[in-house]
Design a protein around this ligand. Structure first.
Ligand code: DGL
Length: 301
């Protein structure tokens, strides 16, 4: 039985704090949503793990998270996870899933002739999914793919309030510049950077400042928030079309009913955070609280 007296419940999933860069756009778009943020921090970083291990691990965490949080919709706020397991999540769980994938298509649409640089995890840059996006939307232009695992650790530290080590940052930026220059073809320049890991928008200001040359810096946050809003509160006709396409007609109607109530709900959003490590440090707990996320505890306890 559908309880229309509660707001829609959305589960936002990432390996660590990266999904906060997506969550902020979702909450900006839908301020009174009930959110469960789930981070598999015991296993972060995902980008350095083997695909087979990750697939098994993520199914386990996702099953537990869905059981605990009972969401109406799941946002896989992780490019590494989405480009690997979105299809298998959709097959395993009868819920709508919104994935986060690198903004390669908009990068080529919004630029004219220069190269596009994809900054992502080691896992994401070598995915078939990425190559497929490039061959469909790249218009024969360059895609320079760079794995930046250090940025994941730096973003994790930044959210914990730790300052970035200046010499490590300088070295990283110089390496990045060298690698990009080595791959640019004669006369080509960089027109856009795609932040293809949800941790990286947390360092956008630092990256833009370090790169200096004017170019576009793109991520998928706004598009994902729009997609979530669209699935939660579409017109009845669009909803039935979409839920048919997704094979979730019943679930879609349930979401719409909750969402309609949400429109008139003026209360504060409820947002809780689950983790998979036995304990998280005080600085992270404080930072999560500043994102209005209350700690719920360890998912496996
Ligand atoms: N935030 C994740 C992504 O978007 C992964 C970072 C990691 O755990 O390596 O890919």
């Amino acid at each position: 039985m559908v309880d229309v007296n509660s707001a829609a419940r959305v589960l936002v999933f990432d390996s660590g704090v990266g999904g906060l860069s997506i969550l902020s756009h979702i909450l900006q778009r839908l301020p009174s949503l009930n959110v469960s943020y789930v981070m598999d921090d015991a296993c972060c970083p995902y980008g350095e793990k083997a695909d087979a291990y990750l697939q098994e691990r993520m199914q386990l965490v996702m099953a537990r998270a869905i059981e605990r949080c009972q969401p109406d919709l799941v946002v896989v706020a992780c490019n590494t996870a989405s480009t690997l397991s979105l299809q298998s999540f959709r097959q395993a769980f009868s819920l709508p899933f919104v994935g986060v994938v690198p903004a390669i298509k908009p990068a080529y649409e919004k630029t004219t002739s220069g190269a596009v640089v994809l900054l992502a995890t080691a896992a994401t840059v070598q995915r078939d999914y990425v190559m497929d996006l490039w061959s469909r939307f790249g218009r024969g232009r360059s895609l320079i793919r760079l794995a930046c695992p250090e940025l994941v650790a730096m973003a994790e530290n930044k959210v914990r309030g730790q300052s970035i080590d200046t010499s490590q940052w300088q070295e990283l930026v110089e390496t990045l510049r060298d690698k990009v220059n080595a791959e640019l073809k004669g006369g080509e320049s960089v027109e856009a950077f795609v932040l293809g890991c949800t941790h990286f928008p947390l360092l956008r200001d630092e990256l833009m400042q370090a790169w200096r040359d004017p170019c576009l810096w793109l991520d998928s946050g706004v598009a994902v928030a729009e997609r979530v809003a669209d699935l939660l509160a579409p017109s009845e006709q669009a909803q039935s079309r979409k839920s048919d396409a997704l094979g979730h007609r019943h679930k879609g109607q349930k979401i719409a009913a909750r969402a309609i109530h949400r429109e008139s709900n003026t209360g504060e959003a409820s947002a809780t955070c689950w983790h998979t490590s036995a304990q998280i440090d005080v600085s992270l707990a404080e930072r999560l609280a500043s994102h209005r996320l209350q700690l719920a505890g360890c998912l496996f306890e």
